[in-house]
Write a new protein. Sequence first.
Length: 88
Amino acid sequence: MTIVVKKMSPETNEFIIESVFANFGTVESARVIYDRHTNESKGTAFIEMPNEEEAKKAIEALNESTLGGHVIEVSEAEDRSKKFKIRF
């Protein structure tokens, strides 16, 4: 399952995010989104957790919690392939 984390502190990096989510289970990957031009964090990260049950527990426990002095939003990421269907 892909999880999105929003409203993160600019200082929160992949290592921190992975460590936090690893408390709930296996983390396949953790990726913080950075601005191409400034290389500053956009305050958003994507986490891949292969076990859906562990991912849902992480979402429930971490949504609206404080990380790095910021209240974060944690939810299941939208499936973008469904959002941008091309019709012919």
